[in-house]
Design a protein around this ligand. Structure first.
Ligand code: T46
Length: 140
């Protein structure tokens, strides 16, 4: 699986660092929602779902965490531990977030507003969704 990481240019000077993120420039979609995950209890794994349409960029702006990505065929674990590095997570991608350091803040930029009907929360449903997507693409 090709993991898509994006790197953001810090504007550093003697005062410290600043990173600016603009839609369609640093982020490959319109940013319609931002949320962040913090104070994660030790040993917790979150996620366990995929999305039908949503695209996201995950940035661990403080501390570290790991993301398990699964496209239905291959799995990959990605470490996020830098505020100037993002992970692009496409639609139709199962994700699990784990190994959060106590100080981790995982910020997520999302292409859509919150919509529960966009979630696929059952793994077998996800595999079927991926198969159906492939069949549709093959038939084009
Ligand atoms: C994802 C991963 C990386 C809202 O009300 N609005 C929101 O925008 C979000 C994201 C969540 N919520 C509510 C829904 C639940 O009652 O917050 C609660 C926790 O959400 P959830 O269990 O979905 O959190 P995670 O960490 O499993 O997943 C989240 C995102 O939902 C998901 O889209 O890709 O982070």
């Amino acid at each position: 699986m090709q993991v898509k990481k994006v790197y953001f240019q810090p504007h550093g000077d003697e005062r410290g660092q600043l990173i600016a993120l603009e839609e369609y420039k640093d982020i490959p979609f319109q940013i319609r929602r931002v949320y962040y995950i913090y104070d994660t209890a030790e040993g917790v794994t979150r996620g366990y779902h995929a999305h039908k349409s949503l695209q996201q960029i995950l940035i661990c702006i403080h501390g570290s965490c790991k993301i398990r990505l699964d496209n239905g065929k291959e799995k990959e674990i990605v470490l996020l531990d830098k505020p100037n590095e993002g992970l692009y997570v496409s639609n139709a991608m199962w994700r699990e977030m784990f190994d959060f350091s106590p100080d981790a803040v995982l910020m997520v930029l999302a292409s859509e507003l919150y919509d529960e009907s966009d979630y696929i929360r059952n793994y077998n449903d996800f595999l079927e969704y991926v198969r159906n997507c492939e069949e549709t693409t093959d038939g084009e």
